[in-house]
Design a binder for this molecule. Structure first.
Ligand code: UDP
Ligand code: MG
Length: 318
């Protein structure tokens, strides 16, 4: 191993992808040959049960640029990707799915955007925005559209609509990403949270080259739950809102029953019962809300994200 970093790393998580891997590597290496310069291709075997690992090691033996990483078991897409991002050493890193839904041929255009065009400054992140999603079911497209819009409303972070993890990032951005220690990782959101100059590049998402989606409905729901809870405390804060409303209703009810009692309209015993229930119910919801507020802050703190990220410093003696 040398210390020199390759100019480019291509990182792809693979789960039961023996059918696409050879074609994937053929297309990626063709693109890399066209670009020139040093490069590596980091393939992560996420506990596959087919011949994925065998294909990977054969390819690694054939092409020195290929680095095969094998995880102990299936960790899921986001963690497999994190493993690959930790292992890779490139100055610029392309995150791509192994199933060829994201075209590797877009890389030169992404690199150009990162370099900056027409004297404009370069980008820190160039992310693919899906223009068309061929070969994906209406259900998948509809749920994806709803999901990206929902999460957009629930968080302050501007997570781009209709973008997956297909993106080119600088080493600086990657280092910040890897410094975020949270366990439930929603990588596209985390990259958006980091900020810097993030530029979209539109592309047509192709159907899978072979095999089937490794994201069945169950995994999709878990992924969405991870994304929302990682970027929003809105659900937690909801108890606060409900608490205030319930406290107001409870108080109103108390006043109402006392007035009834003063006017002699109430049955004996009803007033104290209703007043007690109103006050207690309202107080309980309010207290839950207060606990929610603290829990939300505790949660934010426990994520341990960096407080700020410096993009560059000019001048001075640093
Ligand atoms: N993947 C993975 N581990 C998993 C599920 C998926 O590494 O547990 C990989 C998979 O091999 C592919 C990428 O993540 O390279 C995206 O998965 P897939 O194409 O099945 O998702 P979809 O495009 O259908 O959303
Ligand atoms: Mg796919």
């Amino acid at each position: 191993m040398t210390d020199a970093r390759p100019a480019l790393s291509v990182v792809a998580p693979c789960f039961n992808e023996e059918g696409v891997l050879p074609e994937f590597l053929r297309r990626v290496t063709a693109v890399l040959d066209g670009i020139g310069g040093t490069a590596e291709i980091v393939l992560v075997d996420d506990g596959s049960r087919d011949g994925t690992w065998k294909v990977m090691t054969e390819e690694a033996g054939r092409d020195k640029r290929v680095v095969a990483v094998r995880l102990m078991r299936n960790h899921g897409h986001q963690l497999a990707l994190t493993a690959g991002l930790t292992v890779c050493r490139g100055e610029r890193i392309l995150i791509i799915d192994a199933d060829l839904q994201d075209p590797p041929e877009l890389l030169p255009a992404m690199l150009a955007l990162m370099d900056g065009i027409d004297g404009a400054g370069g980008a820190d992140v160039v992310y693919g925005r899906r223009r068309a999603r061929e070969g994906e079911s209406l259900f998948k497209r509809a749920t994806a559209a709803a999901f990206y819009r929902l999460i957009g409303r629930m968080t302050d972070v501007e997570i781009p609509l209709d973008a997956g993890d297909f993106r080119l990032v600088t080493r600086r951005v990657l280092d910040v990403l890897l410094a975020m220690p949270e366990r439930h990782r929603f990588i596209r959101g985390m990259v958006a949270w980091i900020g810097g100059r993030q530029v979209a590049i539109p592309y047509d998402r192709k159907p899978r080259a072979a095999g089937e989606s490794k994201y069945p409905l169950g995994k999709m729901i878990r992924f969405a739950a991870d994304a929302i809870t990682a970027f929003s405390v809105v659900p937690l804060m909801a108890s606060m809102t409900i608490g205030w409303i319930m406290a107001l209703v409870g108080f109103g009810f108390t006043v109402y029953s006392i007035i009834g009692w003063l006017l002699g309209l109430n049955l004996p015993g009803w007033t104290s019962l209703m007043a007690g229930m109103g006050i207690l119910g309202g107080m309980q919801f309010l207290m839950l809300g207060i606990i929610g507020a603290y829990l939300g802050r505790l949660y934010d703190q426990s994520k341990g994200r960096p407080l700020f990220m410096i993009r560059e410093i000019v001048g001075g003696d640093r």
